[in-house]
Design a protein. Structure first.
Lengths: 231, 36
């Protein structure tokens, strides 16, 4: 079984489990009394934010490793993780305002957490645009590695922004030093969603990595044919 | 007695948007990995 097929299977299983998370969140998890049904957006928004930050964290790690050992596999992995992170960022940035409108009374506010997550999305987009603009593979890998490390540096600021600045955004209720402050049934749904989003991340990255391999193989064939023509 | 807010429409919208983005991306990857 090829990497793309294995990634496809993991993605398929992840999507099926996501459907199960939908059923559990919508039908078997209690409605929060103060926020109403809109609070259930939490079960998608928070895991999407986690996956986006995981993606950028691993883009940064892949970038550091690439600069250290100059192995193209790390660059390919960072590129895959960046594209997948863009998709998860998009989920985070759409579900957030949809949740904010009924609870805060506004779709968006320029506070530290929201602004920094928007920067994260722009960094993903910038990273992908940079890769598209530079054609020489070695330069492309080096330039994008530097940008990937900048993204990694942004992550602690995003996580700590709710402590460092006055913000409408709530503080973490799971990823914090003390015990999670959620009732058991809500916590189980959230943790299940975290697991499913992480599984989707793995499946997506494997497939996207396979796309890079296919592109490189095609580019190699193209060069070979070109050389043949010249000869 | 506190009334639970009636904002289910926002919840549905968020769940639909998430499904569309993730399914769309999965489909895009599938097409790119199976393209001859």
């Amino acid at each position: 079984m090829t990497l793309a097929q294995r990634g496809g299977w993991i993605t398929g299983i992840g999507l099926a489990l996501l459907a199960a998370v939908y059923v559990r969140a919508l039908a078997f998890t209690p409605v929060e009394r103060f926020q109403g049904p809109a609070q259930k957006i939490f079960y998608l928004h928070v895991p999407a934010a986690w996956s986006a930050m995981l993606s950028m964290g691993l883009v940064g790690l892949g970038s550091i490793l690439y600069l250290l050992v100059r192995d193209a596999r790390f660059d390919r992995f960072a590129a895959a993780s960046a594209e997948v992170g863009t998709a998860f960022s998009l989920v985070m940035l759409t579900t957030g305002p949809i949740w904010a409108k009924p609870i805060w009374g506004t779709w968006w506010t320029w506070d530290a957490r929201l602004t920094l997550t928007l920067f994260l999305f722009f960094l993903f987009i910038g990273y992908l645009l940079l890769r598209g603009a530079v054609t020489e593979p070695g330069l492309r890998a080096r330039y994008s590695a530097v940008l990937g490390i900048c993204g990694l540096v942004l992550l602690p600021f995003i996580h700590l922004s709710v402590y460092l600045f006055r913000t409408l955004h709530p503080q973490p209720i799971v990823l914090k030093p003390s015990a999670p402050s959620l009732p058991g049934s809500m916590l189980v749904t959230l943790l299940a969603s975290f697991a499913v989003f992480t599984l989707l991340y793995v499946g997506f990255v494997m497939q996207r990595y396979a796309v890079s391999l296919l592109r490189e193989a095609r580019a190699g064939e193209g060069e070979g044919e070109g050389e043949g023509d010249h000869a | 007695m506190l009334e639970v807010p009636q904002n289910g429409g926002y919840m549905v919208a968020a769940y639909v948007v998430t499904a569309v983005i993730l399914l769309g991306y999965a489909l895009s990857l599938y097409r790119r990995t199976t393209k001859p």
